[in-house]
Ligand binder design. Sequence first.
Ligand code: HEC
Ligand SMILES: [Cu+2]
Length: 355
Amino acid sequence: MSHISPVLWEFLVHWLKNFAIFPPEASTIAPYADALYFALVGMTVTGLALVMTMVLVFSIRYRKERHPEAVQIEGSTLLEATWTLIPLGIFLVFFVWGALLYFRVFNPPPNSMNIYVVGKQWMWKVEHQGGQHEINALHIPTGVPIQVTLISQDVFHSFSIPAFRVKREAIPGRYTTVYFEATTPGKYHLFCTQYCGTNHSAMIGWVYVMTPADYSAWEAGNTSGASLAQNGERLFASVGCNACHNGSATARGPNLANVYNTRIRLTDGSTAIANEAYLRGAILAPSMHVPAGYAQIMPTYQGQISEDGLIDLVEYIKSLDSNYRIQQMLNKSQISSAQASTEGKTVPAQGAAKP
Ligand code: HEC
Ligand SMILES: [Cu+2]
């Protein structure tokens, strides 16, 4: 021991204390993921032991001194069927087991709390429904199913919380989701597990799991004053969406109230569900999502609205119901009074793309 370098020793002690291969199980899914993992390890070790034992036993038993003359066996259907069907059965069990777990992780319950996470070189930006923003930190309550909707602003990243046993790619231009439910309050690692450039190793953070009461207090203490939908409403007016989408019968664009999660008939005869991805796509590439009965006159907003701004807009559209027109009217008066009060100053559009 006295010869070991102190740095290495420190590292070993630290590593053993925080056993990196088996971090704590802090989500509802973690014990299930571990069970599958240990079953796979168990099966592999059993298979290895079986093969090694047979190699050893056969090489002693059928060694040259005892069997100078080799006996050739020309195939055995029973033997071949056995060693094909038994492993096939075992692998199918693992396939079904893994698939069930996969569907659980990637099909969040409908009542889950949706949190947006935007990956960018080299940080995680977190946006809560209430408008709380965090960087490289994620505060969540225990006992609540959480759906994280991920997107990347530049290259591929991978959102990983080892203690929850979840990992999901953050892809440029596409929303992906991952779901988990934390069980134990504490502080857990958040990693980017996909090499994404020079400072990839610094793209890390902490997940703070709190009791629901602590979480409510945190939420109240960290609000920016406007929810995502409210930010979206402001942006909707400031970039001029409401010029065409004002909900009136003579509007040039379709009414966006209650459009979320409905089936839209497109001009080419196909249909699409107006989910988050559809709404985001409709803003960036309107020509690819022309609803039946409308001319393709909506300009593209590609490169003009940041991912954060798009999230706000999507959340605003999701929040729209029958009082949509009223909201727009209110909005117009708010905007004009806001303009009046900030006369002379340049107010950058909230969420507008930064160069
Ligand atoms: C010049 C008028 C105009 C402006 C400005 C405009 N839109 Fe549109 N929008 C349309 C029209 C027309 C359609 C339907 C045809 C199409 O998709 O091009 C549409 C379609 C949409 C759809 C798809 C709706 C559906 O039922 O499928 C969404 C979502 C949308 N717009 C959101 C926005 C947002 C958000 C903005 C501001 C960033 C915006 N629009 C700005 C005219 C406009
Ligand atoms: Cu990354």
